[in-house]
Design a protein around this ligand. Structure first.
Ligand code: AMP
Ligand code: MG
Length: 457
């Protein structure tokens, strides 16, 4: 049994996976595979990803959790289409789409190829961008029919993370008054994932770390233009990992109010709302842990969120502009640039990538006076490798919706997977030039401008 399963039946239920028909391996993350110290053949990896054979003879389990969805508490959710199948090298292996579980709530427990490709590629993209995320080890396709708006095919992604525990796991037990289980789960997370904490106020120290990691994660999303789309508390990792890739999106034309989830009519999870929602979600988490920390401690812990977020965001933005020293006017300089991007609907990623090569901007009159100020500012700092430093934080490649869509169409219509492979390589090393692959750094072409990402997955 693996560590989480050992917590027992209050936390998870053993399940049987329901393998897909005629499953085939589409891609595997070789770096991750090596890091985990795996030695499986591809044939065996396929069978494990498909739930046909067990990993190290381990019985899979589905865990139970709750969560605030779009602001409203749902007292019981759970791994409705995912399950934990084992553990290696302090990482849990989780299948998404391997069939129904006791928590499927009348849904089919499946994941379609389209959304699995998106999750697989975005996990690699976030890792490439140095943003904390669950990882994806393997992606398989199949002939199993799955009913959504149209008939699609089932697929499975094997996710990897030290733990897949979410804020919602704590909320479930707290809402039921099961403070013993809340403590058990907190102690489990501390023992296995925060082993260096030893102080007298261990829960305070731990939650301060959780707040910090969440703040750093969201600051990184804001700096690199990532919108999660469904920041429900059941989609918030206790390790501060980006988790559950659904209708996510990267900013293209800069727009602070960008909403990537078409079902989010109120814009609750709009791009510029993410930092505030992070605090709202952490507040729900700390409420759920109120049996372990008092009100004053809670207040003090939550107070650290904004500081951490601003500190990390400012630091990342300064790096994106190639600024190594602080100057009073920097905040304004940065905001003016962002305002120009928004006013002129400039591509967020490409504008930053081009900033290290000012010739690109010289052609653009609307930026000329800003560029003059920026020139003056950077000439105060005598740095020989500024362009190099900037290119190490301003990606050339992000997972634009149209790129994912091209890979999806190739997979669905032609049963070919080369675009997945190409995108995986580019997105895993998004700061490298990848000469010859410039077209993958291009803005959304006309054909794809009306693309909308379906929420069903
Ligand atoms: P999500 O919005 O994808 O994070 O899902 C919210 C909840 O619904 C989670 O508990 C999922 O496990 C569950 N869920 C989503 N899709 C399915 C499905 N096709 N079958 C079973 N459970 C699902
Ligand atoms: Mg979820």
């Amino acid at each position: 049994m693996f560590d989480f399963a050992k917590l027992g039946s209050d936390f998870s239920t053993p399940i049987s996976t329901q393998p897909l028909d005629q499953a085939f391996l589409i891609h595997k993350n070789i770096d991750l595979y090596n890091q985990l110290g795996l030695t499986l053949s591809d044939a065996k990896l396929l069978k494990i990803t498909n739930g046909e054979i067990k990993f190290n003879n381990t019985t899979p389990v589905a865990s139970i959790y709750a969560g605030h969805q779009f602001g409203y508490f749902n007292p019981q959710l759970g791994d409705g289409r995912s399950c934990l199948v084992g553990q290696i090298n302090n990482h849990e292996l989780s299948l998404k789409g391997a069939g129904s579980t006791p928590y499927s709530r009348h849904a089919d427990g499946r994941a379609v190829l389209r959304s699995s490709i998106r999750e697989y590629l975005c996990s690699a993209a976030m890792q490439g961008l140095n943003i904390a995320t669950t990882q994806a080890l393997s992606l398989i396709g199949s002939q199993t029919p799955v009913h959504r708006e149209q008939l699609e095919k089932g697929a499975i992604v094997m996710r990897v993370a030290p733990t897949h525990i979410r804020f919602g796991h704590f909320e479930l037990f707290a809402s039921r008054g099961q403070t013993v289980q809340v403590k058990q789960l907190a102690d489990f997370v501390i023992e296995h994932h925060f082993p260096d904490l030893k102080g007298a106020d261990i829960y305070v120290d731990w939650l301060t770390q959780v707040v910090k990691r969440t703040a750093v994660m969201i600051a990184s999303w804001q700096a690199q233009g990532f919108a999660h789309g469904v920041m429900n508390t059941d989609n918030m990792s206790i390790l501060g990992l980006t988790i559950d890739y659904g209708p996510f999106g990267f900013l293209e034309a800069y727009n602070t109010q960008f909403i990537c989830n078409h079902s989010d009519h109120e814009g609750r999870y709009a791009f510029d709302q993410q930092p505030g929602i992070g605090l709202w979600n952490l507040t729900r988490l700390l409420e759920a842990l109120s049996s372990l920390i008092n009100a004053k401690q809670t207040k003090n812990i939550l107070k650290t969120y904004e500081q951490e977020l601003i500190k990390t965001y400012s630091s990342l933005m300064r790096q994106k502009f190639g600024l190594t020293q602080k100057d009073e006017g920097d905040h304004q300089l940065i905001n003016q640039f962002l305002n120009l991007l928004q006013a002129h609907k400039k591509d967020y990623t490409n504008s930053f990538r081009n900033l290290s090569n000012l010739n690109e901007f010289a052609k653009d009159d609307s930026f000329s006076s800003w560029i003059e100020r920026y020139h003056k500012r950077i000439s105060q700092e005598d740095i020989s490798n500024r362009a190099e430093l900037m290119n190490a934080i301003n990606p050339k490649f992000i997972l634009r919706n149209y790129l994912a869509e091209e890979a999806i169409r190739q997979a669905q219509d032609q049963q070919k997977y080369s675009k997945i492979s190409t995108l995986f390589d580019l997105l895993s090393a998004p700061f490298d030039e990848h000469i010859g692959f410039e077209k993958y750094a291009q803005k959304t072409p006309k054909w794809a401008q009306g693309l909308s990402v379906s929420c069903s997955s």
